[in-house]
Design a binder for this molecule. Sequence first.
Ligand SMILES: Cc1cc2nc3c(=O)[nH]c(=O)nc-3n(C[C@H](O)[C@H](O)[C@H](O)COP(=O)(O)OP(=O)(O)OC[C@H]3O[C@@H](n4cnc5c(N)ncnc54)[C@H](O)[C@@H]3O)c2cc1C
Ligand code: FES
Length: 281
Amino acid sequence: MSSRPDQLYLPKLAVLDRVVDEIAEVRTFYWHFEDPAEQAAFKRFKPGQFAQVSLFGIGEFPASLPPSPTEDETFFTIRTVGSCTSALHALKPGDQFGVRGPYGNGFPMDAYAGRDLVFVAGGIGLIPLRSCIIYAMAHREQYGRIQIFYGAKSPTELMYLSDLKQWEKAAGIECHLTVDRADPSWQGHTGVVGSLFKQDGVNLDPAKTTAFVCGPPIMFRFVIQDLKGMGFEDHNIVSTLERYMKCGVGKCGHCCIGVAYVCVDGPVFTFEQIRKLGEEI
Ligand SMILES: Cc1cc2nc3c(=O)[nH]c(=O)nc-3n(C[C@H](O)[C@H](O)[C@H](O)COP(=O)(O)OP(=O)(O)OC[C@H]3O[C@@H](n4cnc5c(N)ncnc54)[C@H](O)[C@@H]3O)c2cc1C
Ligand code: FES
């Protein structure tokens, strides 16, 4: 981010390289900055941070950074919702757009060294957690047991399929998938994501485990209940919060909850912090 006040909101020019369909209305956009120096500076982002994406003449929106800083490519995974996200979906390879960031606190991955990590994601909640998972795998020796629990409504709504296939086969991590409603193609587990915790071979040690939880509010609520039932303390559960954002840098106040600005104090918060902020779960 530029330290010059007159350049605080100035996006840097980015070029779209390629687009990959994930699930209905969700695509992954691979891109690079026109200026290689900007690309190098941006690559110092942390898992869990976000960027502001500009569609010229239309507007800006915040987007998580699903790549890990340990990967070469930069990309966003975006669901079409309204004017800006639809404009991004309409771009073709070679088209330009703007990016500013990285912003926000990110997950303090070093602080979890020596601990077991559990990633629990529902639907597009896997977008912000993908970065942490790839980062943890790239620093495998720093962490204890790594388990992933991912659920979607149906098999066609599972995202990042090539990652999921790799994670299911990878040595040193355990990946458990589920869908709420199976179809004839689905041979795996059926049920909500929390039902995976009851599968054979799954056991979590709440005292030495940090749980990352991201997903729709209903899934979040039930997973928190499950984790608390197992004995997880609130400070060992981490998540990201979404709020309407404008500036992304702590100036406009759009993203305030309680005493926190989600864009600078978050978007990563422990469940203990989320409760203290008065957020309804
Ligand atoms: C930190 C952060 C990270 C995010 N990461 C991603 C990501 O990786 N991928 C992704 O697809 N989306 C992500 N989002 C959500 C994304 O920013 C919104 O979908 C986007 O701002 C919508 O812009 P738009 O102009 O297309 O829609 P608009 O025209 O602004 O809005 C269309 C509709 O969506 C609703 N809406 C807009 N923004 C939000 C929001 N933040 N929460 C709930 N409802 C909203 C509006 O009320 C309206 O009904 C993130 C949001 C935040 C705050
Ligand atoms: S988005 Fe402006 S203060 Fe957070």
